[in-house]
Write a protein that binds this ligand. Structure first.
Ligand code: HEM
Length: 239
């Protein structure tokens, strides 16, 4: 085994796996009226993690910075051709094709979060906005599937366990590492931020009402999110 180098700092790993969990949870709970509160909480969590990741892309450690994985389409195609022919080296940071998927994931995540919030808060187009929100979420899922296939294929071709690298932070390589005490602090701050948000939401019973267009009584026979949530019934929320 070659030299191990720290590539993914703590904030990148926490925001990655936090995003995986919140995206998966929000997607799976999207169609249930009873679970709207959890869908909204998970959606806020995913959007918050993406917002943090966007900032970290400018101020984070070497491989977290967008400047370290800005590749043109030509580089992405060359990488994919090399992958098909089982040629070409592995990248210490993100590879050129993977970086395109990552930018798409971040942008679609933001678009999904923004339209989800607008739907919930009743800003804009009601049911049609909800459809736009669902469209972005499905496009997001599609890119995520491509991303996961890409991770598996490049792991196999380059004989490198990329999933383990995203857990431990270490990859094979010889470049300068990415660990700093600032990154450690930022990682702890992200985790604490998510924890604080969930504690606040659960203790105050926030987001337990129906979406705004449901509150306004705009029922059109669309079953999605039509049942009143417990926040509207005057029940206590101490969960
Ligand atoms: C179980 C499923 C998943 C696995 C195994 C996985 C694995 C990985 C790995 C190994 C990387 C690093 C790729 C590299 O070496 O260049 C990565 C990066 C990334 N993945 Fe995933 N991923 C999964 C699901 C997701 C999901 C669901 C999302 C978004 C909703 C996501 C978003 C990202 C992003 C944004 C990055 C870039 C990390 C960064 O620089 O912050 N992944 N993923």
């Amino acid at each position: 085994m070659g030299e191990q180098v720290k590539v993914w700092d703590l904030p990148v790993r926490i925001s990655h796996w936090g995003l995986v969990l919140s995206f998966a949870g929000a997607y799976l709970l999207a169609e249930s009226d009873e679970a709207l509160r959890w869908h909204v909480l998970l959606g806020f969590t995913a959007t918050g993690l993406i917002a943090f990741r966007l900032i970290w892309g400018f101020v984070g450690t070497r491989y977290a910075r967008f400047a370290s994985f800005l590749y043109g389409p030509g580089a992405a195609l060359r990488y994919l051709r090399g992958l098909l022919r089982r040629e070409g080296g592995a990248f210490v940071g993100h590879n050129p094709a993977g970086s395109w998927a990552i930018y798409a994931i971040l942008l679609l995540g933001l678009a999904t979060g923004a339209t989800g919030y607008m739907t919930y808060a009743g800003i804009g187009g009601g049911e049609s906005l909800e459809e736009v929100h669902e469209f972005f979420a499905n496009a997001w899922l599609l890119v995520v599937v491509v991303h996961i296939v890409g991770v598996i294929v490049s792991s196999l071709v380059h004989r490198q366990n990329l999933v383990r690298a995203m857990i431990t932070g270490y990859k094979e390589g010889t470049a300068t590492g990415a660990a700093t005490s600032m990154a450690l602090l930022a990682g702890v701050a992200v985790a604490a931020g998510v924890l604080a948000f969930w504690s606040w939401a659960l203790l105050t019973g926030s987001f337990s009402g129906p979406a705004a267009h449901e509150r306004a009584g705009q029922h059109d026979g669309h079953a999605h999110r039509s049942a009143p949530m417990n926040g509207e019934t005057g029940e206590d929320h101490d969960d």
